[in-house]
Design a protein around this ligand. Structure first.
Ligand SMILES: Cc1cc2nc3c(=O)[nH]c(=O)nc-3n(C[C@H](O)[C@H](O)[C@H](O)COP(=O)(O)O)c2cc1C
Length: 190
């Protein structure tokens, strides 16, 4: 299948669209990708590791100080393994932390430690998305080569309708498949 032997590290952050990560996992697994999820502490308030573990058929990582294997440090191991790091949904918070190079949690450390391509799928309230700080952070990350799957216009969880809704699964999938079927960009050792 199209994504056989590809390792997708899926970062899930604490927004209402976290439940949509389930659809993304299912779509990736259907294409035979190996999907391993990293949840931020806040994401775990929106969706349970058990659900993600069941759908991905893999362990789910939340805690930076939890070891993966006997000799491995989780963020280094996941960073090395990644053919791609997909962050969906990405909150305003994670975008801001990524833009300043924070290594505060497991997801941030994994991104910093990896040479894999990073795809970020923002989802947030329209005003958060259009705020100058968020726009500037996105520009900074685009300058680092991060790819964005921009949100769509539609009904938002806050009750308003606007720009900020997570891009649909098919659009995200298309971007991931496009990136993974180009030349592998995490081939060099760290
Ligand atoms: C019910 C609820 C829904 C939220 N939805 C979003 C959202 O869609 N996008 C966003 O950027 N932040 C949202 N937030 C705020 C984030 O949870 C908050 O910024 C948090 O610090 C994000 O942490 P993380 O990025 O480390 O997961 C929401 C908060 C609550 C309580």
């Amino acid at each position: 299948m199209i994504l056989k032997d590809k390792n997708v590290i899926l970062g899930i952050t604490g927004g209402i669209a976290a439940y949509k990560a389930c659809d993304i996992i299912r779509a990736l697994v259907k294409l035979e990708a190996n999907v391993e999820c990293i949840l931020t502490e806040n994401a775990a308030k929106f969706i349970t590791p058990l659900t993600l573990q069941t759908l991905s058929k893999n362990a789910v990582y939340c805690d930076m100080f939890e070891k993966i294997g006997k000799w491995e440090i989780s963020h280094v191991s996941l960073a090395k393994k990644a053919d791609i790091i997909l962050i969906a949904p990405a909150t305003a918070e994670i975008i801001s932390k990524l833009a300043c190079g924070s290594a505060r949690d497991l997801l941030l450390c994994t991104v910093l430690a990896s040479k894999a391509k990073v795809i970020v799928c923002p989802a947030m309230n329209e005003n958060m998305f259009s705020h100058a700080a968020t726009r500037k952070n996105i520009e900074t990350l685009q300058g680092y080569g991060y790819e964005f799957v921009m949100p769509q216009t539609g009904e938002l969880a806050c009750g308003l309708s606007g720009d900020g809704r997570l891009a649909d699964t098919q659009t995200i999938l298309k971007t991931v498949v496009g990136a993974l079927t180009q030349k592998r960009n995490n081939a060099e050792p760290l």
